[in-house]
Design a binder for this molecule. Sequence first.
Ligand code: CA
Length: 228
Amino acid sequence: MAKKILVVEDEPKIARIVKDYMENSGYQVSILSHGNDVLPQVQKSMPDLIILDIMLPGKDGMEICREIRKFSTVPIIMLTAKVEEIDRLIGLELGADDYICKPFSPREVVARVKAVLRRAIPEPVSEQLMAGPIVLNQLTHHVSINNEELQLTNSEFELLTVFLEQPERVFSRNDLIAMVQGYDFEGYDRTIDSHIKNLRKKIDQQLPGQKMIQTVYGVGYKFMPPKS
Ligand code: CA
């Protein structure tokens, strides 16, 4: 079933482009433009995630976020016009799950929404992800190859989880940065490249020559499960 996303944004152009991108990614999107309409709508429709602009007519986004938190843990991504505001907003502990600074690319919004929803969704019943001899346990954070334990850093573990969840899907570096690191990441492509390089090296020590994590030139990376 499509996840319901509520976009609260009073600039129609921005609201429209976010809606289009989200719908293309398979979400069901509704838009509100006035701050006073948000709480009644959230109580009525119980969205799966809210994208909430801060500057709004009526109640502002910060006040709305605080009020929603009194009765709901629905994931909230705040939109702000100033990058300097983000630190202050985090300090206010509004209870938002993520912050996006304007101007943003709609693709970034989609990646953030996916990442936040991924964190918000309870662990699947089957906590094991497998690809050939690789077994990853999401609850215990253990990875083994042919029953040999593989020692990974947190970032490498998150990357491998993303790859095993969607084998053969091509991920851009930005997708991977958003999924693995979230907003508190500096955002340099090279850092994700070095995590990939280290992960490859560790897998290659156990399974030489398999080349499971493949570079897709000009795009990013994909994981090809070993042929068995
Ligand atoms: Ca606004």
